[in-house]
Each structure stands twice: as structure tokens, then as C-alpha cells.
Design a protein around this ligand. Sequence first.
Ligand code: SF4
Length: 157
Amino acid sequence: MTAPPPRILVSACLLGQPVRYDGAAKTVDDPRIERWRREGRLVTICPELAGGLGVPRRPAERQGERVVDDAGDDVTGAFDAGAHAALVLARSRGCRFALLKQGSPSCGSVQIGDGSFTGRRVPGMGITAELLSANGIRVFGEDQIDALDAALAATPR
Ligand code: SF4
């Protein structure tokens, strides 16, 4: 029997689901994503919804180990819960890779907001991307699809 191809955990907003804090999506139009969908590789989650937050919700940013919204409320618990839900899902579905929305306080993998809600970004990871990475799942942003494609091609089934 042939082993299933390595699966990819994907941010729901990148696949067109209107789950961002402002009720929008951030759809990525790339033929490779459609191919991975046809191959049965995609596993979708929005960690912030999985952590109990709704749509719309207040924008939030990391401030060190905490996550706060723009009203100053601490929402770290929901972000942590979402990250753990993402890890459980990734493990249960055999995801060795993740394709997550760059810049998000949950999903960002290279840069995130600097905590000032001014639009400035700094190098860093969101809560979910950090947890997945720490558990051996390779995380890519939507700006790194070439690298993800190459990593998949180099991964035996
Ligand atoms: Fe998209 Fe991730 Fe934010 Fe959900 S938590 S809206 S999947 S960037």
C-alpha cells in the first residue's frame, strides 16, 4: 500500500475563509495550493477561532509571551488554546509542514507586529507557528511557497 503524501496544515484565511479579525480572508491564488488540495494534502485550521475567539474580533499583537488586543485586554489564553488545537490537529492528520499567514500573532513565522498596533513589524513568530516549529513541524509563510514546494519534493512519502 502506498503511504499518504506528507500533509500541510494551512491557515484557513489563506484558503479563502473569512476568519480574520476584520471578517476578511487573505486568499492566496497559487496553482500549487490547488494541486496540493487535489492530492489530499491540505488540513485547514484558524487557530484563533479554534481557541474560542469570534469573527470579527479586536486586533491583537504579541507583547513578549503575552498577546493583548488593542483595548489592552490579555487574550493569551485563547491564543495558547488555538496553538495547542493546531498542534493536536497537525499530529492527528500527519502534517509535517505548515503554510501559515505571515505577520499574524498566531500564524506569522518570520515577522509579526511589534506590539504597538502601529503596523510596524519585527522579526518573530506567532504563538501557533512557534509551537508547531518547536514540535518539529516545518512552518512556511505564504511568501515562501517556493521553499515549501521544494521541501515537499525532497520529502519521501
Ligand atoms: Fe488566518 Fe491564522 Fe489569523 Fe486565523 S489566526 S485568521 S488562520 S492568520
